[in-house]
Ligand binder design. Structure first.
Ligand code: LMR
Length: 394
């Protein structure tokens, strides 16, 4: 049997991680995978997470199964964190999942069950695992324009023109904030227009929100998600705790399915439980319990929010420093977009050859489409990257 298997195409982000690890150069710079790093290059365990874990070790007296949907205290807390009061709770079904990727997978499985013929529309570009999972599940997908290579900002006219071609019942995947890989995001007015169009077309929004709190703040980053959830009758949301709680390896996330009426919730929620049972049975609990402990304890929550703000402001400062450095060294404002982008990533607009040159000559690792992880920089490496970008001819 196993001899029939064919080699699978390698994931570009994970391949780059491995190449970086193997590079013997001491001064190499990792701007690849989307993992937060502090100025010393560490991915710290957040203070509130450490404290929540300490409490769990002391107080937890069983590791018995919880429930197929996860702990209701966790799913309630996540619903409130993401949606605020945008939608009545009796319309929102929530299930815990193994990370944001698990939530995306479950959402796609749900779409496949409920609307097998639907096309899932993806921003071009998007996180490479979106099309990869869709293809694996044998579903249909199409692209809508999103990024203007010239301005390095959102190509909103292109996006709206392409979404005008969607059919009733198609699914449109939107990044809730901090677009991955570009860093370019919709304005409030543009979110309103997207909502108008989706309503007019009878399309289903599917929001992937993996970086809440990394852009403009916890509530501000949820603006688009809340607006869509409030205005559209139905909505799917995949959310991750990997980044904003820094608990990547604990695999903590949720899928939310908002139904038009409360009466539909039992079946929708039952379907989420069924899908969890088929794919992995009970969702992981440790990260979820840490998140619940933090979100439901006022002191821990305040400390978590303060540390998240430090993280966010640190990334904003690095963006500004890089844009300033490039402005000074290039004597132009053509890299100012870096300061305007939000979240962990910016797409620089370098060619694959220029990206390769920076890797070979400067030991700078970024994704082949020139996505950089801003959090991989520090005060010392910002000037090195700026010079390498210019030397590569970007
Ligand atoms: C990324 O885009 O780098 C992160 O979402 C990590 C991953 O799993 O790809």
């Amino acid at each position: 049997m196993l001899e029939t298997l064919k080699p699978q195409a390698a994931d570009k982000i994970l391949t780059l991680m491995a190449a970086y690890r193997e590079d013997p150069r001491a001064d190499k710079i990792d701007l690849g995978v989307g993992v937060y790093k502090d100025a010393e290059g560490r991915t710290p365990v957040m203070r509130a997470v450490k404290e929540a874990e300490r409490r769990l070790v002391e107080q937890q007296d069983t590791k018995a199964y919880v429930g197929l949907l996860g702990d209701p205290a966790f799913t309630d807390a996540m619903r409130d964190l993401i949606l605020g009061d945008a939608v009545p709770a009796d319309r929102v079904s929530v299930a815990a999942t193994p990370g944001g990727t698990g939530a995306i997978r479950q959402a796609l499985e749900l779409i496949k069950m409920a609307a097998p013929g639907a096309t899932v529309w993806l921003s071009n570009p998007t996180w490479p695992n979106h099309p990869s999972i869709i293809k694996y599940l044998g579903m249909k997908s199409a692209d809508y324009r999103y990024f203007d290579e010239a301005t390095r900002n959102v190509d909103f006219d292109g996006m709206m023109a392409d979404l005008d071609g969607i059919a009733k019942g198609d699914v449109v995947l939107l990044h809730g904030c901090c677009h991955n890989p570009t860093g370019a995001n919709l304005t409030h007015e543009q979110w309103e227009k997207v909502a108008d169009l989706l309503i007019a077309k009878g399309a289903i929004p599917f929001i992937d929100i993996a970086y809440q709190g990394f852009g403009d703040g916890l509530d501000e980053d949820a603006f688009g998600t809340r607006l869509i959830a409030r205005r559209l009758p139905e909505c799917l949301i995949a959310a991750s705790c990997s980044k904003n709680f820094g608990i990547y390896r604990e695999r903590t996330g949720v899928i939310m399915a908002i139904s038009p009426e409360a009466g539909m919730k039992p079946v929708t929620q039952g379907t989420l439980a069924y899908l969890n049972r088929q794919n992995f049975s009970f969702p992981p609990d440790h990260g979820a319990r840490v998140v619940t402990t933090i979100l439901t304890d006022p002191e821990l929550r305040a400390d978590w929010m303060a540390e998240l703000e430090e993280t966010r402001n640190g990334m904003l400062a690095l963006r500004q420093n890089l844009a300033d450095e490039l402005r000074q060294r290039s004597n132009s404002d053509r890299f100012d977009f870096i300061a305007g982008h939000r979240g962990m990533f910016s797409r620089l607009g370098a060619t694959p050859e220029q990206v390769e040159k920076m890797r070979a000559e400067n030991g700078i690792y970024m994704i082949g489409d020139s996505r950089i992880n801003v959090a991989g920089l520090n005060a010392k490496t910002v000037p090195l990257l700026a010079q390498a970008i210019l030397d590569a001819g970007v």
